[in-house]
Design a protein around this ligand. Sequence first.
Ligand SMILES: Cc1ncc(COP(=O)(O)O)c(C=O)c1O
Length: 451
Amino acid sequence: MSRTPMTPDQLRDADRARIIHPYLPGSVTERVVMTGGSGCRLTDVDGRKYLDATGGLWLAQIGHGREEVARAAYEQMAKLEYFTSFWEFSNDRAIELATKLTAIAPEGLGHVYFTSGGSEGNEAAIKMARYYHHRRGDANRTWILARDKAYHGIGYGGGSATGFPVYHEGFAPMMPHVSHLTPPWPYRSELYHGQDPTDFLIAELEQRIAEIGPGNIAAMIGEPIMGVGGMLVPPADYWPRVREVLDRHGILLILDEVVTAYGRVGKWFAAQHFGVTPDIIVTAKGITSGYIPLGALLVGDHVAEQLLADFGFPMGYTYNGHPVAAAVALENLDIIEREGLLARATETGALLHRELQAQLGDLPVVGEIRSVGMMLAVELVADRATREPLPMLQPLLPDVIRRETGVIVRDCAHSLVLSPALIMTEGEAKEAVAAMRQVLERVQPNGELRD
Ligand SMILES: Cc1ncc(COP(=O)(O)O)c(C=O)c1O
């Protein structure tokens, strides 16, 4: 049966009538219907071009439209499109991918558990942490430590660990036994009452552990750099000192690297950037650059030993170890390696940072510019002296920037954030920053935009 192509207007009408988009109220009628992508460029159904400075939702490591990835998927589909990885069943691509992942992972993370995305990954990690202790006869260790402004996806466990009330309201009650700590956000020095941020945060962590009781805590979960929180970069000593405290109390460390893994920060994993070895790393997004849904947990050998005991780990997703997703991931990781994208992320990230500083650093609404590799944020303030957050008015600044310039950026917690493909060129980096300047130089301290 052949399908008649829909016109642009029919597509927009059908979208408005049929699709429930995440975070989009029905009152918003605008639709941007993408139909093509190549490198950092996107094309919509009307033929308008965009510069994708966010890599979709913070992935697209290798850029859009890579034919070699499409070929890898085609070849795998033609050979074996799917079979389960439950029980003793496996497939050659999933095995090759697990071998590759453990080769690039920090020492000691020698096992892999596959998922289809980040939220599933965090559910699995939280369950693994609890199950690890349960298997060792420590069944009271159920509590999960997280941080305010964390984002760990939308599952029950990960969603509860997420540290924004807006993700909890209306879904209550959330998972019990989750406790939120202060986030590392040095620019907001008021959070630390005049103390060194890490000293404050470590003292708070010790105190919280004492209150809950170390024998009741399974794990702490955290994004190495908090993405949705506004690309919050912790002080260099934060993660090593957190690790030391957790080790002392037998608490596992789960790093949610759904955004930071696979070159985003210039290393395979942000754990390697911060010099810390967690017990579990949760990854997704950049593992396939978004070409197909996939996630993978890198699991410490000591944790895996408990999961593999007796009858094994009693949870699995239908698409665990999906052969087509694994084939795509292998090709994606090969491209990252072949094209030197880890080094390129560091270089282009530094260029973007310099450019942001040069073009935006003098604007009264720009409070702080921060970055690691290709994760960058411009925190917006009403007043640079008081650091009062800039009011976020409609239309939102990313919408204005997109409509005026075709450059796609995103706002997160009073920051404009960039996370482009690691292949972004110097010209594209400059174009993205110039677009931000064009709009930000007209923003008033009350959030309004001058014509
Ligand atoms: C740090 C982090 N964890 C988990 C998730 C959820 O991943 P997914 O949307 O693939 O379920 C995200 C998504 O942005 C994320 O940023």
